[in-house]
Design a protein around this ligand. Structure first.
Ligand code: AGP
Length: 618
């Protein structure tokens, strides 16, 4: 979703802002802009629809000022265009603002401010909701407020979640940042005589690893020497920066053609890192340290509910399956965006587990609030981002250790979530006594083999590429699976949709004959996930039914399964895995198939159209 950067210091702000925006491109955007203020008060605002290269091309001479803010916009209110791109200025031209989030009450605020604008012979310059913010700040300034007070007063008038960066034309020594609600992160970076601002760490890493994460309700006044934090309910303070343990190289693409491919290939390491120290065999224990929820709580709950969105919802579905199988406790999954607007009856004896790689997905955060406000049930979050909003809302966090994920399509964080959920299922089973030491030890021993299963799956990349090339022209796919392979079928279909722009549906194979079979003909390929699990025979029947309609079948089954290979048009053999570990064996192949289809179609794999990495608006 939208990205924000800011800079104040001794260097020229323009190139730093542009480079920062480039590092946030992965979040998804459709236009961009920067505003730079020189020490002599001259202001340059440049905005362009399209990619950052369009903005760069529009810059005749890079403005040289020492302070500025920049933005990549993902349109919500008003089409993607030069005029709707941020930064936006007050009608006086003095207050410059960029915003992530939505001003939900912008209509009434526009109506309120319009009279003043009309009296001055001015009108709105964009169709955005954001434009009311500089106007509100300017009005407060005209009443004699300091900039930070004016910003605070303006924010108090906004409904919705907002992350804002701003400055005043008369003061080239300061920029301001504010955060209200869950509109994505805002991180301040500390340099030597210079300060940086960004909505996400990758934009800061080339400059500094000393950071402060702005909290909900905080406003930061930032000059070249540091930041002063204001909030309504606490005294002002200068925060202590925290050093983040992130390698800038981790956010570079290296020899890979796309970040997505790099991240698919990083999965064995992401898994080993996530599991390291958390699966002990002698004596068997899972997640023994670092866990803020007691065994007594885990024993007292009667049910587990796992929630998420998109790929994280598919991980939640698999997590539900493991919690039932391994821990032997009733478990369910739910779509966070539906759950939060229902009146779900969950009760305080339900353990709610939210899965969100970013920790900032608005629907998942909304669902967590719903659980807290309505039921006060214990909550755990599985996330890849330490310090994210979801970690603040949950009673306990299980951090994946996947490193930054830049490709919009979640790949390594899918497997990271799975490893975390598997460990959690083991921990719940042990705490409740439903999993004896021997069974726990065996389950953990299996998990420890997951990185090598994935490694072997990655070796199938060339075969996936070859098969994908035969289907470049296909515009529809049906993906079938059963049991634990059903959520994987859904994940495979999601990957095809988001990066290949191919219509794909993931279905439980048993459901196929209740409707989707009507679609099948020679032009409608079917991907069948069919490893030799307990439902293999039923999958074979489904494949026979598909073949009888002459639809081409690509089957993904166990290595050396000649019976399956003989029945289908294309066959990919993955390393045989136990029922519990099937997701680790199948995932690389479903990701690589989608990747190679998108590659053959010549698409923008890391930044697919219309998509954002972190969905912070409703
Ligand atoms: C996955 O490839 C997608 N980009 C998307 O479905 C994503 O999984 C979803 O938006 C949830 O994000 P989260 O894990 O950050 O909460």
């Amino acid at each position: 979703m939208c990205g924000i950067v800011g800079y104040v210091g001794h260097q020229s702000a323009g190139p730093i802002l542009l480079e920062g925006l480039q590092r946030l491109e992965y979040r998804g955007y459709d236009s961009s802009g920067i505003a730079v203020l020189d020490r002599d008060g001259s202001l340059a605002v440049l905005k362009r629809q399209g990619k950052l290269r369009d903005l760069e091309a529009a810059i005749v001479a890079m403005p040289s000022g020492g302070a500025g803010i920049g933005h990549t916009r993902w349109a919500t209110h008003g089409v993607p265009s030069d005029r709707n791109a941020h930064p936006h200025a007050s009608s006086s031209g003095d207050v410059i603002v960029v915003q992530n989030g939505i001003v939900e009450n912008y209509r009434s605020l526009k109506a309120e401010l319009e009279q003043t604008l009309a009296a001055q012979g001015r009108s709105w310059l964009s169709d955005t909701d954001t434009e009311v913010i500089p106007e509100l700040i300017a009005r407060e300034l005209a009443r004699g407020q300091m900039f930070e007070e004016a910003l605070q007063a303006a924010i108090a008038r906004l409904r919705g979640a907002n992350a804002i960066a701003a400055f005043h034309r008369a003061d080239p020594t300061r920029i301001y940042a504010a955060r209200k609600g869950s509109a994505g992160g805002m991180v301040i970076g500390y340099g030597d005589g210079e300060m940086f601002l960004a909505s996400d760490l990758p934009a800061l890493l080339p400059h500094t690893t000393d950071v402060y994460h702005l909290e909900d309700g905080e406003i930061a006044v930032i000059d070249s020497q540091g930041a002063l934090i204001h909030r309504a309910d606490r005294p002002r303070h200068r925060p202590e920066p925290r050093q983040v343990d992130l390698d800038p190289v981790a956010v570079a693409r290296g020899p890979y053609r796309h970040f997505m491919l790099k991240e698919i290939f990083e999965q064995p390491r992401a898994l080993s890192d996530t599991i390291r120290g958390r699966a002990r065999l002698d004596p068997p224990s899972a997640l023994a340290d670092e866990f803020e929820i007691s065994d007594a709580t885990l024993r007292s709950v009667e049910r587990v509910l796992v929630i998420g969105m998109g790929t994280s919802l598919h991980a939640a579905m698999i997590g539900r399956w493991w919690i039932e199988q391994i821990a032997g406790i009733p478990a369910d999954f739910d779509n966070a965006s539906e759950f939060r607007f229902r009146a779900p009856v969950i009760g305080p004896a339900t353990l709610v587990v939210s899965v969100t790689q970013s920790g900032e997905t608005i629907d998942t955060l909304g669902a967590m609030d719903h659980v807290r406000d309505r039921w006060g049930a214990p909550q755990i979050v599985v996330t890849n981002v330490e310090g994210s909003e979801a970690t603040r809302k949950a009673d306990a966090s299980i951090l994946m250790r996947c490193g930054p994920e830049v490709g919009v399509a979640s790949t390594k964080t899918f497997l990271g979530s799975l490893a975390a959920l598997y460990l959690l299922a083991c921990r719940i089973g042990k705490a409740r006594g439903s999993l004896g030491d021997a069974d726990l030890g065996e389950a953990l021993e299996q998990l420890l083999t997951s990185p090598s299963l994935v490694e072997r799956g990655l070796a199938l990349s060339d075969q996936c590429n070859e098969i994908a090339r035969s289907y470049t022209g296909s515009t529809n796919f049906l993906v079938l699976g059963r049991g634990i392979e059903h959520p994987l079928a859904m994940e495979a279909a999601l990957k095809c949709k988001e990066i290949s722009y191919v219509h794909a549906e993931g279905y439980a194979a048993g459901e196929m004959k209740h409707g989707p079979i009507a679609l099948l003909d020679q032009q409608f390929p079917v991907i069948a996930l069919a490893t030799r699990g307990p439902l293999f025979d039923k999958m074979m029947s489904a494949i026979q039914q598909v073949s009888a309609r002459r639809a081409p079948v690509i089957a993904v089954g166990d290595e050396g399964d000649d019976e399956l290979a003989g029945l289908v048009d294309h066959y990919i053999g993955v390393p045989p895995a136990s029922d519990l570990l099937t997701p680790f064996a199948l995932t690389p192949v479903i990701q690589l198939l989608a990747y190679h289809i998108a590659l053959a179609r010549g698409l923008d794999i890391d930044q697919p159209r219309n998509l954002a990495k972190t969905v912070t608006v409703e």
